[in-house]
Design a protein. Structure first.
Length: 141
């Protein structure tokens, strides 16, 4: 599945907000799609970077990266339910890593609930390795 990746900045357009709300509607870390949108808006206003995956002009995946310097933190990776299992997360994270490397990031650390079913396996499949207690990371350089 060909997925284009873009870096999104604030303010979010209504169309993008609609797509993101659909992506995060069932994300376990949020009580609702609106709660997810509030977190994303606040994160972008604070300087975090949002990467989205597009297919047929619709955003179907997103991941947020925060922090400054050589170590940044990846969180809220989510793929729309209708497109899961097609390599979308891998494509999004691969391109996000390339773009992060260009900005000087050397390490990405994954901030996810590792007790959630399947999360450690997804992180391993995406090239992250266990590091310290309850943390996965990936070297970019």
């Amino acid at each position: 599945m060909p997925v284009a990746v873009e870096v999104v900045s604030a303010p979010l357009s209504p169309a993008l907000e609609h797509d993101l709300a659909r992506i995060y509607a069932n994300y376990p870390g949020f009580a609702s799609a609106e709660a997810a949108m509030e977190v994303l808006r606040d994160a972008l206003a604070a300087g975090d970077t949002l990467y989205t995956g597009l297919f047929n002009a619709h955003h179907i995946a997103a991941v947020l990266v925060r922090g400054e310097g050589e170590v940044r933190h990846m969180r809220y990776l989510c793929v729309h339910g209708a497109t899961r299992g097609r390599g979308v997360a891998e494509r999004l994270v691969d391109e996000m890593r390339r773009l992060e490397m260009e900005r000087g990031t050397q390490w990405l650390e994954a901030d996810f609930d590792l007790a959630q079913e399947g999360v450690p396996e997804v992180l391993l499949a995406l090239g992250f390795i266990p590091h310290a207690e309850g943390n996965y990371r990936c070297r970019l350089v």
